[in-house]
Design a protein around this ligand. Structure first.
Ligand SMILES: NC(=O)c1ccc[n+]([C@@H]2O[C@H](COP(=O)([O-])OP(=O)(O)OC[C@H]3O[C@@H](n4cnc5c(N)ncnc54)[C@H](OP(=O)(O)O)[C@@H]3O)[C@@H](O)[C@H]2O)c1
Length: 175
């Protein structure tokens, strides 16, 4: 995760816990010593996401900003990118906490008023970061959740499945 208010013992709400990024983030946060991780997912994916090491909220049934109001998370990590997520995040973040989106769309941050930090984050390849991830996998702290694996010649099918946004975990292309 980028530079944030999160530190060991901190708390994070992951929006989109079932996706390739969200499912990895949950495990990474647990490995980094988060005291509380809550993730959103839809009904059929709740058990699988919970098994990654977090509490889960069925976002289609319950409004996470109401259920978690006042929870004082250090970070809301948004992998979904709903337009109103930034505004709703102010109900669950602690003062000085971070709303981080990787899913584009900045949302309306006018209510942040200096109380919360906003980051729109884009991944850059980094050997150093990948080494940390590799160590976590070797330690057993991170087990990539694989939804489907494709041969390289079927990469178009992999891309098509990606664009449907239904994966429970990662879509992998073998090279
Ligand atoms: N900034 C960056 O560097 C960066 C890097 C990688 C990815 N991204 C972006 O981050 C986003 C997530 O990537 P990903 O690979 O994790 O995606 P993904 O694997 O395709 O995510 C699939 C999951 O998204 C959930 N989902 C779909 N529509 C939703 C909605 N309207 N509300 C809540 N959850 C929804 C579904 O779970 P449910 O059934 O539980 O809804 C599904 O399991 C994408 O927009 C991707 O382009 C950005």
């Amino acid at each position: 995760m980028s530079q944030t208010s999160f530190s060991r013992g901190g708390s994070v709400l992951v929006l989109g816990g079932a996706g390739g990024v969200g499912s990895t983030a949950i495990q990474w946060l647990a490995y980094q010593g988060a005291a509380r991780i809550v993730a959103t997912a839809s009904e059929t994916k709740l058990d699988a996401v919970r098994a990654l090491g977090c509490e889960v909220i069925d976002y289609r049934r319950d409004d996470w900003s109401r259920e978690l109001a006042g929870a004082n998370f250090d970070v809301v990590y948004d992998t979904v990118g709903d337009d109103n997520a930034a505004v709703r995040a102010t109900k669950v973040l602690r003062e000085g906490g971070d709303y981080i989106t990787i899913a584009g769309g900045t949302g309306d941050t006018s209510e942040f008023g200096g109380k919360y930090k906003f980051q729109s984050f884009v991944t850059h390849p980094s050997g150093e970061d990948l080494s940390k991830v590799s160590r976590a996998v070797q330690d057993g702290g991170l087990t990539p959740l694989i939804f489907k694996e494709f041969a390289f010649e079927d990469i178009a099918d992999a891309y098509s499945l990606c664009s449907q946004r239904v994966a429970l975990g990662k879509i992998v292309v073998a090279v």
